[in-house]
Design a protein around this ligand. Structure first.
Ligand SMILES: [Zn+2]
Length: 82
């Protein structure tokens, strides 16, 4: 839905790159994100990297899709996971 109409209702009213908030129990708003761990089995130093998510939202039916803001960077980080 980054391009084109809504796949659910075919509306052209699409809001793109909307920030998705994660409050995480405190009063500071953060962006919802995914965390990639290069060494998930390690006790410490898991090689974690965090990537923000943003949303595309249909103004006709409310259908929402999430996207990683920088997929190429996430892919490069994930290619060498152990
Ligand atoms: Zn829709």
């Amino acid at each position: 839905m980054r391009k084109g109409n809504c796949p659910k209702c075919n509306s052209q009213k699409i809001l793109r790159n909307v920030r998705v908030i994660d409050r995480n129990g405190d009063y500071q708003d953060k962006s919802l994100s995914v965390r990639l761990e290069r060494k998930p089995g390690a006790l410490l130093f898991k090689g974690a990297e965090t990537f923000d998510l943003s949303a595309c939202i249909c103004g006709g039916c409310g259908y929402t899709e999430l996207f990683v803001d920088n997929p190429a960077e996430l892919w490069r980080a994930g290619e060498n996971c152990t």
